[in-house]
Ligand binder design. Sequence first.
Ligand code: TXE
Length: 520
Amino acid sequence: METLHRSNAAPVKSISGTGIKSTNPASGEVLGEVPNAGPEEVRIAVARARAAQESWGLLSVAERSRRLFWFRDAIVTRSEEIVDLLTRETGKPRIEALTHEILVVADLITFYAKHAADILAPRQIGLHLMKHRRSYVHHAPLGVVGVISPWNFPFSIPLSETVTALFVGNAVVVKPSEVTPLIALKAKEIYDAAGLPPDLFQVVTGDGRTGAALIDAGVDKIVFTGSVAGGRKVAAACGERLIPCTMELGGKAAAIVCEDADLERTARAIVWGGFANNGQVCVSVERVLAVDAVHDRLVDRVVELTGKLRQGDPSYDEVELGAITFPRQIENAERLIADAVSKGATVRTGGKRVAGKGLFFEPTVLTGCTTQMDVMKEEIFGPVVPIMKVPDEREAIRIANDSRLGLAGYVFTRDRDRGKRLAEQIRAGSVQVNDVLTSYGVTDAPFGGVKDSGFGRVHGPEGLLAMCEVRHVNLDRFSPMKREPTWYPYSNKSYRVALKAIRFMFGPGGVLERVTSILG
Ligand code: TXE
């Protein structure tokens, strides 16, 4: 593996004093300092958001869509500016900043602008019993949505959730990760410049305490994206306040490789799926389960392709791996590799920090892995791909599902029916056949997890409806009688009529039997 374009300063990811410093993980350059907002600032932001939501919520979906195109157009027009800051604040390569962050948001706005009116239209309900009345479902805004987001996709994750909430007519307050706060402020600057109501979308910077203050500030929903540990705390806090929440948490995606898999495509998918964004993706390939027949050939090709990856300063386009965003991830990778090796795994390539300045870690392939190793059980969230040989698909499915996490899964086979059959057996929110990572980018479909990977969905119709208050409206179809039969006054007659009606409608036997029973 080549190492290119080294930067020349030690990286610091420091959170000290009242402010929070954001640094470039590739160079150590301090990019800026932001406030660690306290409860009062957060409360004021939520109050301003609520005031702005009133008029925004009264607009039609079509009018909100028209205005949100202003935001999309501004994002696309200022893409290079966003890419530049994303690359410096996260360490990810430019092409990933462009396609994993900007593209997703621009596409989601376009998708919802086209479909939100239909998804949010009143849903008429044909009543099967109370024929003299009619019902429909009305989709109302929730009010103010709080978004708490992570550092690995600090633009696409909070903004996807923000625009979804805005399409429904909500206001949004975002608390970005303290590791990457600047990109959220850049998004806010672009949003304001696009001419949308400034108080409708606000950013409050800070650490977990600011996030806790947002939950406490009277919002109507929380959308949390982060670790399982963080999610437990946030869900508990929301539970205490009975605030609905969506939990987008960690993953441990298994890639099951069948004996008929297209080996070249599979190897390339595993390398990209395991090392894109330095593996700091919630749906990264975190485990490879290869059946005996293909295991050795697959390992050789994966190792060969990994050895060709170029690593260095991500501001250059000719690198595949930039810097690790957060020091903790390197320590996590080192710990998991050491545990795996102590239990018999082999480091086929990589395995250690890249000497010199900057947060760089060699893309690592481990073989001879077993389920006794922590690397096969815990989320790695770093540039490590552990490969395990399995006897057959049945065992592969069992191992894949033997995890507390269920965000994503992958199946590699040439047989479409086998792919579907296996995919439907993997307990995860999204399963892809012969592809990786892009389930979050399919904005037409819901994205989210099961088990400890969380609950609730973003994207697709489900993501939009999750930002609504769903209201059943039931009304009379023709001039109402002076009273319903079930109203006061009660009488023995009304009781007997009701009893006969129940026996006729739901009693045993055919219609004739039931008519006879009530006439008797
Ligand atoms: O999470 P953290 P990180 C997951 C990924 C990994 C994690 C990495 O799998 O596990 O995110 O992101 C705030 N009350 N996903 O390290 O530490 C904190 O300030 C309120 C899954 O950032 O949990 C930050 O803004 N807020 C995802 C945010 O929570 C609190 C896709 C996340 O921090 C808080 C991407 C508290 N008590 C990454 N404690 C998916 N499933 O889609 C922390 N925070």
